[in-house]
Design a protein around this ligand. Structure first.
Ligand code: G6Q
Length: 540
């Protein structure tokens, strides 16, 4: 008996059930049950999820829901929402949900309500973002700000960058927004070329305020500003978002110009916190609040709906079904909305950093597959490249198709054509095309194997009216909770990220070796050789 089987009594039944499912084609499931869509769709927080094109039956769902119950998912949800220390390896509560707790009910950590602090920072963001937007915050030489540069990386970059793109339609025309994350000097140098020191505001976003990339980029930006405007200009052109007041102070930013967040907000869950400051400046306070409201609505749905009517729970269970039971290795997220271009990159971090784990909360190794490899691009672009593999390749790749019914830029036939493709792809993946159908169309015998599609390839379809801050909030919260559901059932800590540490440590050790020709190298032969080649050229 594997350790997973000993933990979940239903594991064997689910494994057995895969044999049954593998004999079924979705095309027949639709043919035999005209109500399949009716049964397998639901709406919440402005989103419609059609999950009927999945390789499931009523029995699959019954078993998956039993599994969720057996893994105490309900209790785990309550634990998160009430501030229990569910991030066990870091001994922290997980309270991004408190940042959008719009009914403001108390959420206690060690007996203290976190809401007053959250509201205080939100108010501070409100007043600051208003000043930047209405031009009353002046730079050191008395000019209004025209360019906002967020310097941060990972969770301190991807969220606001994705959301400003997603809500670009609502962005003020008076300001440009730029993001610098990469330690590659090209990123900051090319960004600074587009900015003028008198009218640029830098937001240094770093939870720890120790991140090498962010601090290095911030120092370069600071020198650029000081060289042009002098030291005293810093307070008008630099603000910080962090949990580390001392770090901010010693960098030379007045803590008065710091927007706090807290250890209970994980980096990849921090869009809702002051890490969203650039977004609030871009779209304004009211729309930022709308985004929080959308997420809050999804939070309520997640807490209150029964599992069989619960969007994040169902999506999480489907994720487990494909990854753990049907052997899928990857997962595509395909937004048919140009504004959501950065969503796949954002979800890559959310999903893969959260559930890319192989050690259970007990400290033992898992003996089942956990988080998948997530990828995707916006619109029909993928159809002209990697969809080939999704349709006819050897991998099972569940996909989420996401689209607005109305475009914010209705232009000629564009949106109808986009939607036609958006509807056609899941249909094609599900139905496929048989050799008989091809024969009837007169396709030559020798081409029939190449032109056949086996179909039976699963997808979810997510529809909403149009892209708004509220919809974006609900959509992101949906994926956060889906990832949470999976983590609970896989029994892993979705909120730590120890896997990123080793590379960081090694880079720290290699940096002095690259800078000193005489330093003795004690790595493997490949690593030694690469260091030598680089340093011999660079230290000439
Ligand atoms: C996210 C991770 C990671 C983090 C960055 C930046 O969950 O923790 O992506 O956000 O490493 O960290 P700082 O905000 O501390 O600079």
């Amino acid at each position: 008996m594997t350790n997973r089987q000993s933990e979940i009594s239903i594991f064997d039944q689910l494994l057995d059930h895969t044999k049954e499912i593998n004999t079924l084609h979705m095309k027949d499931l639709f043919k035999n049950d005209p109500d399949r869509y009716e049964k397998f769709h639901l709406s919440a927080a402005g989103l419609l999820l059609d999950y009927s094109k999945n390789r499931i039956t009523d029995k699959t769902l019954t078993l998956l829901i039993k599994m969720a119950e057996e893994c105490h998912l309900k209790q785990a949800i309550t634990d998160m929402f009430t501030g229990k220390r569910i991030n066990t390896t870091e001994n922290r509560p997980v309270l991004h949900i408190a940042l959008r707790n719009r009914d403001n009910h108390p959420i206690l950590v060690d007996g203290k309500d976190v809401m007053p602090e959250i509201n205080r920072v939100l108010d501070k963001m409100h007043s600051f973002s208003d000043k930047i937007r209405n031009g009353s915050w002046l730079g050191a030489t008395g000019k209004c700000i025209t360019d906002v540069v967020n310097i941060g990386i990972g969770g301190s970059d991807l969220g606001p960058k994705m959301a400003i793109d997603a809500l670009y339609y609502y962005k003020t025309d008076a300001l440009n927004f730029r993001f610098v994350s990469n330690i590659d000097g090209t990123d900051i140098v090319e960004t600074l070329k587009k900015c003028h020191p008198e009218t640029t505001l830098f937001i240094i976003s770093s939870k720890t305020f120790t991140t090498q990339e962010t601090l290095t980029n911030a120092k370069t930006a600071r020198s650029w500003l000081v060289e042009k405007l002098g030291e005293e200009a810093v307070s008008k052109h630099f603000v910080a978002v962090s949990t580390n007041t001392e770090g901010v102070r010693s960098f030379g930013i007045d803590p008065e110009n710091m927007f706090e967040f807290w250890d209970f907000v994980g980096g990849r869950y921090s869009l809702w916190s002051a890490i969203g400051l650039s977004l609030m400046i871009a779209i304004g306070y009211d729309r930022f609040i709308d985004m929080l409201e959308g997420a809050y609505e999804m939070d309520k749905h997640f807490q209150e709906a029964s599992f069989d009517q619960n969007m994040p729970v169902l999506m999480g269970l489907l994720g487990i079904w494909y990854t753990t039971y049907l052997g899928a290795e990857s997962y595509a997220v395909l937004p048919y909305d140009e504004y959501l271009s950065r969503l796949p990159a954002y979800l890559q971090q959310l999903d893969m950093e959260s559930n890319g784990k192989s050690i259970k909360k007990t400290g033992k190794s898992v003996d089942y597959k956990t988080g998948p490899i997530l990828f995707g691009v916006a619109g029909t672009n993928g159809q002209h490249s990697f969809y080939q593999l999704i349709h006819q390749g050897t991998h099972l790749i569940p996909a989420d198709f996401i689209a607005p019914i109305y475009s914010l830029n209705e232009t000629g036939d564009h949106h109808d054509i986009l939607l036609a493709n958006f509807i056609a792809q899941p249909e094609a993946l599900m139905k496929g095309k048989t050799p008989d159908e091809l024969k009837a169309e007169g396709v030559k015998d020798e081409l029939i194997p190449f032109k056949s599609f086996e179909g039976n390839r699963p997808s979810n379809t997510i529809l909403f009216d149009k892209m708004t801050p509220r919809v974006l909030g609900a959509l992101i919260a949906l994926y956060e909770h889906k990832v949470f559901v999976e983590g609970v059932i896989w029994n892993i800590d979705s909120f730590d990220q120890w896997g990123v540490e080793l590379g960081k440590q090694l880079a720290k050790a290699i940096l002095p070796e690259l800078k000193n020709k005489n330093q003795i190298l004690e790595h493997d032969s490949s690593t030694n050789a690469l260091i030598k080649i680089i340093r011999e050229k660079r230290l000439k």
